[in-house]
Design a protein around this ligand. Structure first.
Ligand SMILES: Nc1ncnc2c1ncn2[C@@H]1O[C@H](COP(=O)(O)OP(=O)(O)OP(=O)(O)O)[C@@H](O)[C@H]1O
Ligand SMILES: [Mg+2]
Length: 509
């Protein structure tokens, strides 16, 4: 096959106790945009890490070919030299270094005398940032940038090495709609320049929009490779049925609820802006959640939703004003652990940075925030602990061979489920979920929605922050919408629709 840039022939890979890939065979054509989809743990990232040189030749069976040549990479730079670049699912940038240093890390431009050529690096960085459409000061550190901007820096870093094949492993999981559209445009422009792109994503709408062809993986096997662009029969339902091996009728299992008394309320919640002294980051926000109710918190990126959650938990640098009530009682919360002791849990949107300790086992991660439950006289009852953890792993279908596995070895989506399990096991009365289904496949999303229904039926109140509009409309009993740090509207189950939502989210009339 001469038009294939990348070809897999019976590629298999095992980890202790897990068969991540078995006999994977398919090929990717020169110059196409090829999507790779499948449930969490299906093997997508593992397969791509073989192409990127992360897994060396002797760590898998079968063979992979680039331009007909068998891949024998031993390191990541071998792959880079062959023109392969990969944008990882979890960011690989160094937060404290500036943008330029990150782009050239390990590939510094040097003067004839061997010192780093700062002028040349700065000039080249500007070109690269221009190419990806990022208008920022390259001397700012990575940690000062938003997630979307960090993603673009990763891409700038990748294209600096003149890639012929760029792999995007879930690049848009953390991006808002506008940023995602820009990213898709960027991928299309790469294609125009003759660069082949592999796009790994759970966002099927985007997959349908951008791909020429797609391949579906299920449990480490290739299910099918099909045309997307010239295929009238291709749609989300069809991809989902390939992914899960069955059809899912209703993606959002909403049930009628009977909300009880108010369990959580904030009044006139105000937080000063981190830099601008004349402005508030959050301005007199009042909202409440009732027992047995799922309230959605929507808005565009930057509307202040995460700031709201962080400031409620006492994690915002600037002091906030306003009142918090839990079960009708006025409370002060100065830290997440104090919040947990009062029955309020917050699931962070940033699982790698704040939610998980990657070197710890699944068991330790899940019970970390609620060890009190499993100990008596300061000794841990490991039998009880293990039983509770096993139940969580089952309830959330966390795909792992053992609960003693390091969290680092889980697939991205399964890591997210571990974070969720960590808070559920603490048995909260109020749960604030920040993007709970980001990076999670359709089947697992459904399970999380059902779990939310079950928890509310048992009396929990849930506040869910989400950037996915269909999800907000599909699972919430009520949606409150924020725009630029203030509440801009509220929608009930009967009057919620995308148009009205966008009207409030943009603060327009
Ligand atoms: N280093 C490792 N050690 C042990 N098991 C691993 C390791 N890396 C991956 N696995 C396992 O291999 C399987 C495939 O994981 P992979 O990360 O490729 O999935 P994925 O399709 O990318 O999923 P996601 O959509 O959640 O990112 C999973 O069961 C995962 O737990
Ligand atoms: Mg993955």
């Amino acid at each position: 096959m001469s038009d294939a840039i990348l070809e897999f022939k019976k590629v298999s890979k095992h980890f202790a106790g897990v068969r991540a890939l078995s006999d994977v065979s398919f090929s990717i054509r020169k110059g196409e945009i090829h999507s790779l989809v499948g449930e969490n743990g299906a093997g997508k990232s593992t397969l791509m890490k073989i192409v990127s040189g992360f897994y060396p030749r002797d760590s898998y069976e079968g063979a992979a070919f680039i331009d007909g040549q068998e891949i024998r990479f031993r390191t990541i730079s071998d792959a880079e030299n062959a023109g392969v670049a990969i944008i990882y699912q979890e960011f690989a940038l160094v937060p404290k270094l500036n943008v330029i240093d990150n782009i050239f890390l390990g590939h510094e431009i040097r003067t004839p005398l061997g010192s780093i050529d700062m002028m040349a690096e700065s000039k080249r960085a500007k070109e690269l940032l221009d190419m990806v459409g990022l208008d920022i000061n390259p001397y700012h550190s990575i940690q000062e940038l938003g997630v979307g901007q960090q993603q673009l820096v990763e891409i700038a870093k990748a294209i600096n090495r003149k890639a012929r094949l760029i792999i995007f492993d879930e690049p848009s999981a953390a991006l808002n709609d506008k940023e995602s559209r820009q990213l898709l445009d960027l991928i299309r422009s790469f294609k125009e320049q003759g660069i082949t792109c592999v796009y790994v994503s759970h966002k099927l709408e985007e997959v349908l929009d951008v791909s020429d062809r797609l391949t579906v993986l299920r449990d480490g096997n290739t299910v099918i490779t099909e045309d997307v662009k010239n295929n009238a029969g291709m749609n989300e339902g069809r991809i989902i049925s390939y992914m899960v091996g069955r059809t899912i009728e209703n993606r959002f299992p909403w049930i009628e609820k009977k909300p009880g008394e108010t369990v959580f309320e904030i009044r006139d919640w105000t937080v000063p802006h981190p830099v601008l002294s004349h402005k508030n980051a959050l301005d007199r926000i009042s909202l409440s959640v009732r027992r047995g109710e799922i309230v959605g918190l929507g808005g565009l990126m930057g509307a202040g939703r995460t700031e709201l959650a962080l400031s409620i938990l006492g994690l915002y640098e600037k002091p906030s004003s306003g009142e918090i009530f839990i079960n009708g009682k006025k409370e002060r919360i100065s830290s997440p652990s104090e919040a947990i002791s009062k029955g309020l849990c917050y699931l962070t949107e940033d699982r790698k940075g704040k939610g998980l300790i990657l070197m710890n086992s699944i068991r330790k991660n899940i019970t970390l925030a609620s060890l009190g439950q499993f100990s008596r006289f300061s000794r841990i009852n490991s039998f009880k602990e293990e039983r509770a953890v096993q139940k969580m792993v089952q309830d959330l279908t966390i795909k792992t061979a053992s609960i003693e596995q390091d969290a680092a070895n889980l697939s991205g989506g399964n890591q997210q489920k571990v974070v969720l399990a960590k808070w559920l096991i603490a048995n909260p009365k109020i749960l604030i979920l920040d993007e709970p289904t980001r990076g999670i496949d359709v089947g697992a999303k459904f399970e999380i929605y059902e779990l939310m229904n079950r928890l509310t039926a048992e009396g929990m109140g849930i506040l869910m922050i989400s950037s996915e509009l269909p999800e907000l409309l599909g699972v919430c009993d009520r949606i409150v919408i924020m725009c630029e740090g203030a509440l801009s509207g509220e929608l009930g189950r009967n009057n919620a629709n995308p148009e009205l939502f966008m009207k409030y989210a943009t603060g327009g009339n």
